[in-house]
Design a protein around this ligand. Structure first.
Ligand code: ARG
Length: 574
């Protein structure tokens, strides 16, 4: 069953047919003055060279009175205000209640999306930047899959580059037995990185050996390659550990690092040169753009192959893109990466279009996100000025969540408390990140994100759990909808909010903006609270009680599904 908003939009379109407009598309949205408001009459009047209110009046007169529309009025300069019948609202409620998909269709059924997200770097700690990419990417994956889409995850791990020369060389010179746990492994790798870097910077002889090691690695020397593989495998184990803690659907199989494209790089360069997209400039193979210039006006190129013959970040991304469209048959490419890389992606996409690797039918989107800020309003750093380790952040959030949960449930202890603390703490971190428009910066504030009131994950988890407990008290009573009952305003408002779930997901996908889902769930929880304050549920008589229980059930299911699509658990009790 379509949403009420889209049924209304169809009715208004039909009512406007006699006006003889070719592509009349009314915008139907929720309104403060009525259930809905239809816009579009103003534009129609302009085309028809008529007065907007007259056009609106004609539409109103043509709207069939009946099952759906209870009243229609011309408002303002030429809007149409629409009230729906209680019966239509209750029929919609009954339909949603009987549909496990809650009215959500499968708009993505024939679409293959390749999404590039998380992308940590080998032998370096994951930091807050990787947190954003991982969480936003995971939520988009869940939503696209829920809409029936095929999603190929690509964790474009930084697993190649000159730094491996120094890492491998240092490890050869200072062998150590492998660590056992994920965290110990990462501590060991991070130390390796620091020590190797220090040696590289202070000891010219070591730096020289490290450079020769890079050549050996690129030349495929077996011992060097095997040491490289060990380091990559150790890091990947650690990343998987972090993903498990986060409850993110990324596995080792999704990790296709930069090195995976090595073999394709010479061919990428050759094809670009042969098609005249790239040209040699100053010894490097470059792509130029009319609109990309430095401050002094000289063009800034995308460097495909460096002067020394080496390939870098751009070449790898081009090879990956060619493969994602050519071999994986992507209909859409998403890159969940820091907003600071906007220019890089603009140049990569433009190059790929010119090369014919990215057909006009395949959109490539840089799903950019802003910076996580510390309490001082500057990019989040530790007091010592280091980047904040992602694991420390998660540990802190779960610890604080344990206090919050324990204060509310003094009886909870042991493993049950730990589990609850993890659900709330991780949920809080994810929600705080997802709830902000992704291109904006936000301040990381553990107190605020664990607040029980306000737009937080915990607030929504509590709202959901409270509904489950109401339902639990009504055991044995199946919520049945009786469509002949008159509705209270708070009930109407709740039905209208519930009905917007599917359309909200459509909006999320239109701009790859999970914060729209957060905003929706938050409003829904608030509307439910108002409903629950004004409308007794368990104490009501039948058939009102059945209808109100149905509202509770559908709100609970919508909150849980919505939270799951954000990657946040919704336990029945908190
Ligand atoms: N590994 C990079 C970093 O940590 C991000 C990679 C983004 N993905 C891509 N396809 N370029 O900054």
């Amino acid at each position: 069953m379509p949403s009420l908003a889209s049924s209304l939009s169809d009715s208004v379109t039909a009512a406007a047919a006699p006006l003889g407009l070719v592509d009349f598309a009314p915008q139907v949205r929720r309104s403060e003055h009525a259930d809905f408001q239809a816009d579009g009459m103003l534009a129609a009047a302009r085309t028809l060279r008529r007065r907007p209110r007259d056009v609106a009046a004609e539409v109103v007169a043509a709207l069939p009175a009946g099952n759906l529309v209870a009243a229609a009025r011309v408002a303002g300069p030429g809007f149409v205000n629409l009230e729906l019948t209680d019966r239509a609202l209750l029929a919609q409620l009954a339909d949603r209640l009987g549909d496990p998909r809650l009215g959500v269709g499968t708009a993505e059924a024939d679409v293959t999306t390749v999404i590039d997200y998380s992308q940590p770097n080998i032998a370096k700690e994951m930091h807050v930047g990787h947190l954003r990419s991982t969480i936003i990417g995971d939520s988009l994956v869940r939503i696209l899959e829920h809409l029936g889409g095929t999603v190929v995850r690509r964790n474009h791990i930084g697993d190649w580059g000159t730094q491996f020369g120094m890492l491998i060389q240092y490890r050869f010179e200072h062998p150590e037995p492998p660590a056992t746990t994920g965290t110990a492994t990462m501590r060991r790798l991070a130390a390796l990185y620091r020590q190797a870097r220090a040696a590289f910077d202070s000891d010219p002889a070591f730096a020289e050996r490290a450079r020769r090691r890079v050549v050996a690695l690129q030349g495929g020397d077996p011992a060097t390659l095997s040491a490289w593989r060990d380091i990559v495998a150790e890091s990947t184990r650690y990343f998987t550990d972090v993903y498990d803690r986060l409850g993110v659907r990324l596995t080792g199989a999704d990790a296709v690092g930069e090195s995976a494209y090595n073999a394709a790089l010479p061919d990428v360069a050759a094809e670009l040169a042969q098609r005249g997209v790239a040209a040699v400039s100053d010894g490097a193979l470059c792509v130029f753009f009319d609109d990309v210039r430095g401050p002094d006006g000289t063009p800034t190129p995308l460097i495909v192959r460096k002067r020394d013959g080496g390939f870098g970040y751009a070449a790898t991304d081009l090879a990956a893109l060619r493969q994602r469209v050519g071999d994986l048959h992507a209909d859409r490419l998403l890159y969940v990466v820091d907003a600071r890389q906007a220019l890089h992606f603009r140049m990569v996409f433009d190059t790929a279009r010119r090369a014919g690797w990215l057909p006009p039918t395949v959109p490539a989107v840089h799903v950019a996100f802003g910076t996580v800020l510390g309490p001082d309003g500057r990019p989040f750093k530790t007091r010592a000025g280091d980047t904040v380790r992602l694991v420390d952040l998660l540990t802190e959030a779960v610890d604080r969540a344990r206090d919050v949960v324990a204060a509310k449930n003094p009886d909870l202890a042991g493993a049950a408390l730990d589990q609850r603390a993890r659900q709330v703490g991780i949920g809080a971190v994810k929600y705080a990140d997802l709830a902000t428009g992704r291109t904006r910066d936000y301040t990381y504030d553990p107190d605020r994100m664990l607040a029980l009131a306000g737009n937080t994950g915990v607030y929504l988890q509590y709202a959901h759990a409270r509904i489950r407990s109401i339902l639990a008290k009504a055991t044995g009573v199946e919520p049945v909808v009786d469509a002949e009952v008159a509705l209270e305003p708070a009930e109407r408002a709740l039905i209208l909010d519930l009905d917007a779930f599917a359309d909200t997901l459509t909006e999320v996908v239109a701009g790859f903006e999970p914060h729209r889902l957060c905003g929706y769930l938050y409003r829904l929880a608030q509307t439910f609270t108002t409903f629950y304050e004004r409308c007794p549920v368990l104490r009501a008589d039948e058939p009102i009680r059945g209808n109100r229980l149905a509202l509770c059930r559908l709100t609970g299911d919508t909150l849980r599904t919505g939270l799951e699509l954000l990657g946040i658990e919704a336990p029945d009790q908190l």
